[in-house]
Design a protein around this ligand. Sequence first.
Ligand code: 5GP
Ligand code: MG
Ligand code: MG
Length: 178
Amino acid sequence: MNPDIEKILYDQAQVEARIDALAETLTQRYQDQFPVVVPVMTGAMIFASLLLQRLDFKLNIDYVDVSSYEDNAESSGRVRLLRDLSHDVTDRPVLIVEDIIDTGHTLKFLDQLFASRGAKSIATCALLDKPSRREVDVDAAYIGFEVPNEFIVGYGLDYNGLYRNLPYIGVLKRSIYE
Ligand code: 5GP
Ligand code: MG
Ligand code: MG
């Protein structure tokens, strides 16, 4: 285990089993829907690639990049769009793929953006949910795991650009960011 990790919450086998189950649910929901699947970079990259290969329906892959954290462990509540879609989502179902839903600001921002463009439906699949931190009400339809109010890394989630490649979901030691 990486020495900066306090504890492992979910190991690789647990995560991949959960992704199998999510993919099965999504495959039922999106048969004949032809959605645009939109991972939010960079945190969702690893989760999205594992999920996408398990989705058995016709889809397009796009992505957005947003920024809300300014290189620290506290959310600012402000969301900026750094990279927009290349697909037109008018009358298309949109499936947002996120690493974690924390305050909910990112999701709310993306929801309003795609709604304003006339998306046919908007749903989110997030690897992790930290409901204790929610500041705005958002509807995350598909969740991998609920996590406690700790700083999580691994499976795409970073601290200052590090730890994204860890093949488990872990809690970062407080001494690293305090
Ligand atoms: P929001 O607060 O807008 O719901 O979450 C915004 C983003 O903050 C998430 O997509 C994720 O990139 C980052 N974030 C929130 N909580 C954590 C966490 O525990 N660990 C890491 N690495 N990133 C987090
Ligand atoms: Mg994110
Ligand atoms: Mg981050």
